[in-house]
Design a protein around this ligand. Structure first.
Ligand SMILES: Nc1nc2c(c(=O)[nH]1)N[C@H]1C(S)=C(S)[C@@H](COP(=O)(O)OP(=O)(O)OC[C@H]3O[C@@H](n4cnc5c(=O)[nH]c(N)nc54)[C@H](O)[C@@H]3O)O[C@H]1N2
Ligand SMILES: Nc1nc2c(c(=O)[nH]1)N[C@H]1C(S)=C(S)[C@@H](COP(=O)(O)OP(=O)(O)OC[C@H]3O[C@@H](n4cnc5c(=O)[nH]c(N)nc54)[C@H](O)[C@@H]3O)O[C@H]1N2
Ligand code: SF4
Ligand SMILES: [Mo]
Length: 733
């Protein structure tokens, strides 16, 4: 019998609400969870209402919020109007933060696996037992396989810095984050062109090309909101996407580009801009390196050629190039964020960066801006110990040409663990990360898990990764913990500092990862490296910002005023040539194409479709599908398919279809969408879960991580999740 995990909870105060919340959540009413949380006051007694600042933790944007706390219960979250990055917005997911806090499916106490991995048999244990167990296992692994025998994977979070610090003092450099399933190709491309990763001054832009990004559903503040304001102010928006997204729907022009061919479009834009002399010659002479080489390179990349590759009409490409150049420098090829899509994603994004370079938009209003200094100081921590018996390199070293040293690639790390080459890794510490759902090829993740002796997951819910672990530790949600300070950037909106203090005390037996790591460090004789509190750490971070504590207390955010444009006046770019590199000589030295060379994507076999992935506005990756409020908006995922091929296959709207790839198989309902290319299908993530601890969604939809093959970007090692071809058939056909 699977363990449902919503067994009685320990905090007496909470009992009077949680039972009602659980009933409401499973009944699936529209707002009863929130109503159920409001305590029933005795007639005539007024409730005590407090308002507390915090920062939303429902996704990575960290929007400022004000929590309304009534008699110790959070009843509503409102946006913090002084928080410029989100422009006074809290999205649907942000509002559903209350439901996350009081979710009956939350993990409540430490659990030790009893049966086989994935069988769902758990034993409740005490924190002392849990920390002893974790420390013992890690000690055995360090002794047997070296300290690098432990892998650490912190997710995107304000406390993740402590996981990095723990890995360092424990002595393992095998640490990867979500970044190698997310944005490392974009970062690589812009670092290797401009010397840094830019922000987009969307608000002041006059012309934006958005390719492979969906800002009105995949929310990035302030860009999503600024794009709306910019549009009202006359900014033109051109979207390239094989599907008709909400962003496409709100654009001036939408082109259902053939997936994987964007580089042809951007090389053609460069062709027109150079051949028609539409760039600023002074900017080019002063700031660009390799213009002649680029001119030769794009000579044959005509709009007519690009049309045959990407299905975007040549006349439109030529017109767009001219319009874009006329709007420059307040014109942007939007750099995007998730670029875990193709095996040549770094070079695709390089072609986009190169067009930005030709627009002369760097450091200009309405263009691309370099990062500003927020002013946080690095806390002074003791020097981490050095362990002589460690291997020379990270486990995934050398598996891609240009991986980031400190990040590596989780896809390659997983392969290396399966192969046990060049050395065995046997333990895994997972924090706020769910690769069983977010990493392509779930079967391979299971294969990796089979090779491991010990897995510990720290999460708020029984994610699929927790489900496969040996030890599961309950963490408080973002509203219940004290976090370090975090510096945020966001185009022209801000360079600011935020932090968190508990809005309500931590529920159940949950403990912040800082306390968990400190507890394990103490048991491993590494206690001296964790001889501080989160408050001490934060104080040190803020030591160079004398006004910050007061501002954080009074406004919930601290701004460090800094120059916005013209920051690069008199400065050199952080590249080898000290200029913007259209031609990258470092690449040439390494045997990598110094300029993006177009490679047509692999042909889709006639009986298959290309599977593409992406988000909608109410789910964060794979972590909010089970949230009672958001679950109502989309109770399961579907397969978007064009009506023409659907009719050929006898598939109707709502038919259950079988989707299969070289990696796996799934059953899912079809959603007929005229706004998707006929050769492409789309699937959202986070469903088809293995964990019965996700009570709202268990048994619903299909798992896209099961279907995706694990290709990788050759340069950055980023996951390449748009390279999978699938067969689709009506179930029972
Ligand atoms: N609501 C919500 N907002 C989020 C997140 C979330 O989970 N939920 N996550 C945050 C994070 S971590 C990230 S990285 C960002 C991601 O932000 P984005 O990168 O903007 O988001 P995606 O939804 O992955 O959008 C990729 C789009 O590319 C399209 N596409 C696929 N193949 C091609 C192609 O070959 N060419 C072109 N031109 N388009 C193609 C897909 O159809 C999809 O619409 O969103 C952030 N914001
Ligand atoms: N199919 C598919 N795969 C993708 C993507 C996609 O669009 N489609 N997008 C890719 C991208 S861009 C990214 S960034 C990655 C994201 O990949 P992940 O980081 O793995 O995704 P999340 O859903 O954010 O998973 C976070 C985990 O953190 C837990 N969690 C949430 N809040 C807290 C908290 O306060 N404390 C703790 N301890 N745990 C918490 C959640 O329960 C969940 O298990 O996925 C990548 N993979
Ligand atoms: S975009 Fe939405 S979910 Fe993300 S931090 Fe902001 S309010 Fe929260
Ligand atoms: Mo991401």
């Amino acid at each position: 019998m699977p363990n449902r995990l919503n067994a009685p909870i320990s905090r007496r105060n909470f009992l009077k609400w949680s039972g009602a919340a659980a009933a409401a959540a499973t009944a699936g009413g529209r707002t009863p969870v929130l109503h159920a949380l409001v305590p029933a006051n005795e007639p005539g007694t007024a409730s005590q209402v407090e308002h507390k600042f915090s920062v939303c933790g429902m996704c990575l944007n960290k929007c400022g919020l004000i929590a309304r706390v009534e008699d110790g219960v959070v009843t509503k979250l409102d946006p913090n109007p002084k928080f410029l990055k989100s422009r006074g917005m809290l999205c649907a997911r942000g509002n559903a933060g209350v439901t996350q806090l009081y979710d009956p499916d939350r993990l409540k106490y430490p659990l030790l696996r009893k049966g086989k991995r994935g069988e769902g048999k758990w034993q409740r244990i005490s924190w002392d037992e849990a920390l002893d167990y974790a420390a013992d296992k890690m000690k055995i692994i360090a002794e047997k396989y070296s300290r690098c025998g432990m892998l650490f994977t912190p997710g995107s979070d304000m406390q993740s810095t402590f996981v990095h610090w723990f890995a360092e003092v424990f002595g393992s450099y095998n640490i990867t984050t979500h970044e190698s399933s997310c944005l490392v190709s974009r970062n690589r491309a812009y670092l290797d062109t401009f010397g840094e990763v830019p922000f987009s001054d969307v608000l002041h832009s006059k012309y934006i090309i958005m390719a492979g990004a969906n800002r009105f559903e995949a929310l990035i503040t302030p860009d999503s909101i600024d794009l709306m304001t910019a549009r009202k102010n006359g900014c033109k928006l051109v979207v390239l996407d094989p599907r008709y997204t909400k962003t496409a729907a709100l654009a001036d022009e939408w082109y259902p580009v053939r997936p994987g061919t964007d580089m042809a479009f951007f090389l053609a834009l460069a062709h027109v801009i150079i051949m028609e002399n539409l760039y600023d010659p002074q900017f080019a002479a002063e700031k660009l390196s390799g213009l002649n080489e680029l001119a030769d390179h794009v000579m044959s990349c005509t709009p007519e050629w690009a049309e045959t590759e990407g299905d975007i009409p040549a006349a439109d490409i030529r017109r767009i190039a001219r319009e874009l150049a006329a709007a420059a420098p307040a014109a942007i090829v939007y750099p995007g964020r998730r670029t875990s899509d193709y095996i040549n994603s770094t070079q695709i994004r390089r072609s986009m960066a190169i067009v930005n370079a030709l627009l002369g938009n760097w450091d200009q209003p309405g263009g691309l801006l370099g990062a500003r200094k927020v002013g946080l100081a690095s806390p002074e921590l003791p020097e981490a110990p050095f362990y002589e018996d460690n291997p020379d390199d990270r486990l995934d070293h050398g598996r891609a040409h240009m991986m980031f040293e400190e990040e590596g690639s989780f896809k390659h790390m997983r392969d290396a663990i399966i192969e046990q080459q060049p050395y065995p890794v046997k333990g895994w510490f997972v924090y706020k990360y769910n690769p069983m759902q977010s990493l392509a090829n779930r079967r391979k993740t299971l294969e990796m898990i089979d090779k491991l002796d010990f897995i510990v997951t720290v999460d708020i819910a029984m994610s699929d990764t927790a489900w496969m672990s040996d030890l599961v530790l309950p963490a408080p949600s973002s509203l219940e913990r004290q976090d370090p300070a975090s510096g945020l950037q966001g185009s022209s909106a801000c360079a600011c500092v935020v932090t968190r203090d508990p809005v309500v005390p931590a529920l159940f037996e949950s403990r912040p990862v800082f306390d968990i790591l400190k507890g394990i460090a103490g048991r491993l004789d590494l206690g001296e490296y964790f001889d501080f509190t989160v408050a001490d750490y934060r104080k040190q971070q803020l030591r160079k910002l004398p006004d910050a504590e007061k501002a954080l207390h009074e406004d919930g955010v601290y701004y460090n005023p800094s120059k916005l444009y013209g920051v690069y006046e008199g400065r050199v770019y952080k590249t080898r040539s000290k200029k913007i590199e259209l031609h990258n000589s470092r690449y040439a030295d390494m045997g990598i194409e110094p300029m993006p060379v177009y490679q047509p994507p692999r042909q889709i076999p006639s009986d298959r479709f290309r599977l593409v992935i992406g988000r909608n506005a109410y789910f964060t990756h794979c972590s909010t599908q089970n949230n009672a409020l958001l679950h109502e908006l989309m109770p399961e995922n579907t397969l978007w398919i064009h009506p023409k091929p659907a009719s050929r296959l006898g598939i109707r709207n709502g038919s259950t279809v079988v989707v299969s790839s070289a990696a796996g198989r799934g059953e899912i309902k079809a959603e007929l969408k005229p706004g998707i290319r006929k050769d492409t299908v789309f699937m959202g993530s986070g469903f088809g879960v293995l964990s019965t601890g996700m009570s709202n969604i268990f048994g619903s939809g299909a798992c896209v991580a099961e279907l995706l093959e694990d290709y990788a970007d050759e340069l950055s090692g980023n996951s390449a999740m748009h390279e999978t071809f699938v067969q689709v058939s009506r179930k029972g056909a």
